[in-house]
Design a protein around this ligand. Structure first.
Ligand SMILES: [Zn+2]
Length: 173
C-alpha cells in the first residue's frame, strides 16, 4: 500500500491503490465510498526571534528527536491562522509573548516520522513575558549564532538556521 492508511477513514473499507483518470499518479482510493487519500504535507509554524543578538531555541521534550533543539514551532490547528499559531506555540514553549514582524521563509521536510511537513517561519519580536520553558519543551534559551546547539532536530530547522546565519551576515536580519 502507498500512503499511511490501510483502511478508509470514512467507511473502513480496505483502500486500493489506483491510478485516477485525471492524474498520472497512484493514490489510495476507497472502492466503497470513493474517498481518495491525497496524503498532503502537514503545515507547521514557528518563530525566528532574536533578543540582544541571540536566537531563541527550544529543546524537544517528546519523541521524535527528544533532547534535540529546534526553533519554537508546532503543527497548525484546524481553523487557526498561521501567525496565530506562531504566537501560540512561542507562548506555550517559551512563555514569551510575540508580535509578528514578517514572513521569514517556508521549508519542506521529509524527515519527521509523523508527517511530511511544510514549516512556515515568521520573524517576530518579544513584547512581553519572561523566558520560561513550557510543558512541551525540556529547555529553552537564547543562543549566539556562532554557538548554537550541535544537535538540531529536523532538516527544515537546519536549513532555516543556515538561512538565518546568512541573512545576519548580510545585514538583512
Ligand atoms: Zn470509504
Amino acid at each position: 500500500m502507498i500512503g499511511k492508511f490501510e483502511y478508509c477513514p470514512l467507511c473502513a473499507a480496505r483502500l486500493e491503490d489506483r491510478r485516477l483518470d485525471t492524474e498520472d499518479k497512484m493514490r489510495p482510493v476507497c472502492p466503497r465510498c470513493g474517498f481518495i487519500h491525497y496524503d498532503n504535507p502537514t503545515p507547521a509554524a514557528g518563530v525566528v526571534l532574536f533578543s540582544e543578538g541571540q536566537l531563541l531555541l527550544v529543546q524537544r521534550k517528546h519523541e521524535p528527536r527528544v533532547g534535540m533543539w529546534t526553533l519554537p514551532a508546532g503543527f497548525v490547528e484546524a481553523g487557526e491562522e498561521v501567525p496565530a499559531c506562531v504566537i501560540r506555540e512561542t507562548k506555550e514553549e517559551t512563555n514569551i509573548d510575540t508580535e509578528i514582524i514578517r514572513l521569514f521563509g517556508v521549508y519542506s521536510a521529509f524527515d519527521d516520522p509523523r508527517a511530511s511537513v511544510i514549516l512556515i517561519l515568521y520573524l517576530a519580536r518579544q513584547i512581553a513575558g519572561e523566558l520560561e520553558c513550557g510543558d512541551d519543551a525540556s529547555d529553552a534559551g537564547f543562543f549566539d549564532l556562532d554557538n548554537l546547539p550541535k544537535d538540531i532536530a529536523f532538516r527544515a530547522h537546519r536549513a532555516a538556521l543556515a538561512d538565518i546565519k546568512k541573512q545576519v551576515v548580510r545585514g538583512l536580519l
